[in-house]
Design a protein around this ligand. Structure first.
Ligand code: THU
Length: 160
């Protein structure tokens, strides 16, 4: 019997990279559509920099968020934190979030800001994939651990 042929091309497309993180093609599709749609709801009259975010919960529910700015600039909130706050109000807690996606109008894609990385860390596993979509809908995927190595989280506190 002959040995199975081994293709010499890479076997994973960009979309399959997300499959490595345990997401199906349809889950990735739902996340990407939701964050790109949410980007259209951004309130960003000052920066004019639209950001949309989406979360996939273990229940299968998709939660959206967008950046919401304020005339007092520092009061504005990022899309990722808007989405996470909504998820918490919907009843999500640590361990209930399988993936986060974020979309902007730039290329290469934007990644969550430092404050958002820490905010995400409160509710998400370090292994959780973060999908980042550029202006053309192309994505880059990194884990939260890659974005925030050696992170400080709830379990670091003695009271945990
Ligand atoms: N912004 C986000 O929504 N998420 C990020 O991770 C980076 C920045 C928003 C904040 C502000 O409304 C605009 O993008 C420009 O900084």
């Amino acid at each position: 019997m002959s040995a199975p042929s081994v293709p010499n091309k890479p076997q994973h497309s960009r979309r399959d990279t997300a499959l490595i993180h345990g997401l199906s093609t349809s889950e990735v599709q739902a996340l990407s559509e939701a964050c790109i749609e949410a980007k259209g709801r951004a309130y960003c009259p000052y920066s004019k920099f639209r950001v949309g975010a989406s979360l996939l919960l273990t229940s299968g529910q998709i939660i959206r968020g967008a950046n919401v700015e304020n005339a007092a600039y520092p009061v504005g909130t990022c899309a990722e934190r808007t989405a996470l706050g909504t998820a918490v109000v919907e009843g999500a807690r640590r361990g209930d979030i399988r993936a986060l996606a974020v979309a902007t109008d730039i290329s290469p894609p934007a990644s969550p800001c430092g404050m958002c990385r820490q905010y995400i860390r409160e509710f998400c596993e370090p292994s959780m994939p973060v999908l980042m979509y550029d202006k053309d809908g192309k994505s880059t995927v990194l884990t939260l651990e890659q974005l925030l190595p050696m992170s400080f989280g709830p379990e670091s506190l003695p009271m945990h």
